[in-house]
Design a protein. Structure first.
Length: 227
């Protein structure tokens, strides 16, 4: 099992959006999360990516624990070192891509791994060029994000996330700003990434896309009724 979530609970102003929720993600699986706005889809993804803290429950990738419930009923997050190890196994592609506007496509891809000293600059540039070639952007490596279409920016964001070799890759509304043709292209790319063994988690309002691409579709109605 790549990702295991047990008895996860998150409340806002005392009201639960996720209650005692159990969830797993396997190697090569594409799980799509669907449901109405405000029903906790993005919250679940943010909790898994440690962009927010849970109120209760356990989250781990393999044997790397992010947080766990203690016998006294208090949730405890792992040490900085373990959390760093956890973060290195999970990648996130945001809805608005969050590319650095002042950096070229290539610089966007190598910025994080360079800062984390994952490899030499020379090796990272080589890897970034290979990934950008894979996503069909080898001619855009010197372009600025503002010169790219929405679909192209999405592909840069995917290549950038893959630079860190995540075992799990999360997407928040990956098709919201894309036309149908770009949506199909991104869908194929996600399927190729999953075929290499990466676990994929997608939050989407596009039910057609969710059913086309998902090996498993999860509705956020289950977040409050998973007993």
């Amino acid at each position: 099992m790549l990702l295991t979530v047990e008895k996860l609970t998150k409340k806002f102003n005392g009201k639960p959006v996720i209650q005692d929720y159990n969830f797993t993600l396997n190697k090569g699986e594409i799980v799509t999360l669907i449901g109405k706005s405000g029903t906790g889809k993005t919250t679940l993804m943010r909790l898994i990516n440690h962009l927010e803290n849970a109120d209760a429950g356990n989250i781990r990738i393999g044997d790397t624990v992010l947080c766990e419930m203690k016998q006294n009923g208090i949730i405890e997050y792992a040490s900085k070192k373990k959390i760093y190890k956890y973060h290195n196994q999970i990648g996130m592609v945001f809805q608005n891509y969050q590319l650095f506007p002042n950096l070229t496509v290539l610089e966007n891809c190598i910025e994080a791994p360079l800062a984390q000293k994952i490899d030499t600059k020379q090796n990272l540039i080589k890897k970034a060029k290979e990934l950008l070639n894979q996503v069909g952007l080898n001619e855009k490596i010197t372009a600025m994000p503002s010169e790219l279409s929405g679909g192209q920016q999405q592909r840069v964001a995917i290549a950038r996330a893959l630079m860190l070799n995540p075992t799990i890759l999360c997407f928040d509304e990956p098709t919201s700003a894309l036309d149908r043709e770009s949506t199909i292209e991104i869908g194929k790319m996600i399927q190729e990434i999953a075929a290499d063994g990466t676990g994929i988690l997608i939050v989407t309002h596009d039910n057609e896309f969710a059913k086309d691409i998902g090996t498993r579709v999860v509705c956020s109605d289950e977040f409050l009724d998973n007993h």
